[in-house]
Design a protein around this ligand. Structure first.
Ligand code: FUB
Length: 327
């Protein structure tokens, strides 16, 4: 299947329907001489573009709205603009993005605009109490907004085992908890304030439960434990929390009855693609459900030069997502 975006390398697509059009907020991958490592230093991105399309018909054009935010325009950022997301509330659009601060610690920032295609003006400081990577913002039917976030290894989630805001540098690197009886680290969620620029609640850890035991997924269960790439969507009144399993390269999901979880693991959405990372979003558009994701086919398998793709997904009669194979 051909990539949706071919003029530049793009990854981590967060798709949203705004003003009746489909908007995509991806990372913008670029060439670098930085050596590949398991901390992801080679993902050295410096800006964001926004894309939109009126239709997901393969022949429909996709518009590149150009650069909407640069690392150099955000006072607290040192490097690595990783996977972003966007949200709309009360007439304004919000672009959320993770990046390393001047101390090399990942934080999450917000930039605000009047149009879905930007431009966006960044707040001068990261969101208070935010940490790690991969923000995904979900606005529920009652108007309440939640940010899901977190990522292991280079994403530094494992550095916060002593508590929110307590960064433990001992855990830096491609590391995570392991061992018999040790539960996996959960992704994080916080409710967003009405102004969408700060957290209105404490950051909470989310529980992802194994269906066979009802207990949290084990740390060594790398086929199912949360690694990065949080996404939330609602289908038939249920909350579908989806994510990447990182080093086992699956996109998987878990289902719950509340935006805070707990969520019970429900299966795979996409088998591994070409390339180390896998990251996605799920959105309903014109009455059909779409999985946006990326792979490295266009770059011939270069892990940090990815391209956004889209694929229709289907639910069975019980609300289970039918597993897709990469194309
Ligand atoms: O694009 C940089 C990082 O790679 C993202 O933040 C992760 O989700 C992975 O896709």
């Amino acid at each position: 299947m051909a990539p949706l975006i071919t003029n530049i390398f793009t990854a981590d697509p967060s798709a949203h329907v705004f003003e009746g059009k489909l908007f995509i907020y991806p990372s913008h991958d670029r060439e670098t001489d930085i050596k590949f490592n398991d901390d992801g230093d080679q993902y050295d991105m410096v800006d964001y573009h926004v894309f939109s399309t009126e239709s997901l018909d393969p022949a429909a054009p996709v518009t590149d709205h150009g650069v909407v935010l640069r690392a150099e325009d955000v006072p607290w950022v040192s490097k690595q603009l990783w996977a972003p997301d966007a949200a709309y509330k009360d007439g304004r659009y919000y672009l959320y993005f993770p990046a390393r601060d001047k101390q090399g610690v990942f934080r999450i920032g917000v930039a605000v605009g009047d149009r879905p295609e930007g431009p966006f003006t960044p707040d001068p400081e990261p969101i208070r109490d935010s940490y790690s990577i991969d923000p995904a913002v979900f606005v529920d039917d009652d108007g309440r907004a939640y940010m899901y976030f977190g990522g292991l290894w280079g994403g530094q989630l494992q550095c916060y085992q002593k508590g929110n805001g307590i960064f433990d540098p001992e855990w830096l690197g491609p590391r995570e908890p392991s061992g018999e009886g040790v539960r996996a680290l959960g992704p994080r969620v916080a409710r967003l304030a009405d102004d969408m620029r700060q957290f209105a609640s404490e950051v909470k850890e989310i529980s992802i439960l194994a269906p066979e035991t009802g207990e949290p997924i084990a740390a060594d269960d790398h086929d199912r434990r949360f690694f990065e790439a949080a996404w939330m969507h609602k289908y038939d009144g249920k909350y579908y929390f989806s994510y990447s399993t990182g080093d086992t390269h699956y996109l998987v999901y878990a289902v719950g009855d509340s935006p805070y979880g707990p969520f019970t693991y429900a299966g795979r959405i996409l088998e591994p693609v070409l390339g180390w990372t896998t990251h996605h979003s799920i959105v309903e558009f014109h009455g059909r459900w779409w999985l946006f994701h990326h792979d490295c086919e266009l770059s011939g398998g270069v892990d940090h030069l990815r391209s956004v793709k889209v694929k229709e997904i289907f639910y069975d009669k019980d609300g289970k997502i039918v597993t897709e194979k990469p194309e």
